[in-house]
Design a binder for this molecule. Structure first.
Ligand SMILES: [Zn+2]
Ligand SMILES: [Zn+2]
Length: 331
């Protein structure tokens, strides 16, 4: 099969012919249709996340159909359309796994990082971590739901019942989350890089009540803010825009250093917290919710052999919404 593989920092992904993987026990063999890109993929190829398998097939927002099944697979049949998220396996035994926090499992393994992912024609995945894709979503539209959507949704849950919600960084996750938050009746304030007029127009077009630069103060104090951009300086900026008792949620897996800030920004029972990974319950809940809203994703499509161009486009903010590698064009 054709695969785009990562061999180490500074080396572009290489298009290579590799054997189609064989599904082991409890694994499904998947024919990949589409795979979304995520900022985490950039953190991997830039070696800000330091523990990938090598060589690695990146990609953790896989939409695929089941081609074959290993021993012990239940509930799936050949031809079923499934999604594979970032959480690839857990130990099922540690304190976190046993307390509903499998996202924090000490032995968790992640798709497109410890396990080969979806920048390829085929992939294998543990069936217990695959989700059915809601009917009616074209493959490429569904792909961004699997990380940008799921982890964005977990961030929204951590924001509690905030009526005035700020989103810092208006990329794949925020363009999904704004739709969910508005549907829930919240007011959404989108913050982009200062001067990013096009990004702000896109945010308003997707439903944001207000859009401005990250150093601006919103017209109303925020009850909660979610930071998706990997810039630590946004933490004090978001605290400054957040009302007493409000929460600032850091939604990314990596962030530049957070600069020192005066205690008064945190005072008043403001909370700063991160969101790490996802649980399968998050996935089931969000994928049931998405068609009700209904969430529509804005997608920039790239061919498999264009994965490096897609990563660069993501790095440079060259498109609105989400980038998706279309491996098999079914739409
Ligand atoms: Zn991701
Ligand atoms: Zn565990």
């Amino acid at each position: 099969m054709r695969a785009m593989r990562f061999h180490g920092k500074g080396i572009p992904l290489r298009l290579e012919w590799v054997p189609v993987p064989t599904p082991g026990p409890r694994q499904v063999l998947l024919r990949v249709h589409a795979c979304g890109l995520c900022r985490t993929d950039l953190h991997i190829v830039d070696a800000e996340l330091t523990d990938p398998k090598l060589p690695l097939i990146p990609g953790h927002q896989i939409v695929a159909t089941v081609e074959a099944m290993g021993d012990g697979v239940e509930g799936f049949a050949p031809g079923d359309r499934v999604g594979v998220p970032w959480l690839g396996s857990t130990c099922n035994e540690c304190r976190n796994c046993r307390s509903g926090r499998e996202n924090l499992c000490e032995k968790a393994r992640f798709t497109g990082y410890h396990i080969d992912g979806g920048f390829a024609e085929y992939a294998v995945a543990d069936y217990r971590f695959c989700f059915p894709i809601p009917a009616g979503y074209p493959d490429r539209q569904a792909a961004p739901l699997l990380c940008a959507g799921l982890i964005g949704y977990r961030c929204l849950r951590m924001a509690g019942d905030a009526e005035h919600l700020g989103l810092y960084g208006f990329g794949a996750a925020a363009h999904i989350l704004v739709q969910v938050a508005r549907w829930q009746g919240r007011k959404v304030y989108a913050f982009t890089r200062p001067g990013d007029v096009k990004g702000q127009e896109f945010a308003r077009a997707m439903g944001a009540d207000w859009a401005g630069g990250s150093a601006d103060l919103p017209p109303e104090p925020l009850d909660a803010a979610v930071i998706f951009a990997p810039d630590g300086a946004l933490v004090p900026a978001a605290l400054r825009a957040t009302a007493k008792g409000g929460t600032v949620v850091c939604g990314g897996i990596h962030m530049s250093e957070i600069p020192a800030f005066p205690y008064e920004l945190l005072w008043g029972e403001r909370v700063v917290r991160s969101v790490a990974n996802l649980t399968r319950a998050d996935g089931e809940e969000f994928l049931a919710l998405a068609p009700q809203v209904p969430v529509r994703t804005e997608v920039a499509a790239f061919a498999l052999e264009e994965a490096n161009e897609a990563l660069n486009a993501l790095r440079n903010g060259a498109f609105n919404g989400a980038a998706v590698i279309v491996v098999r064009d079914t739409d």
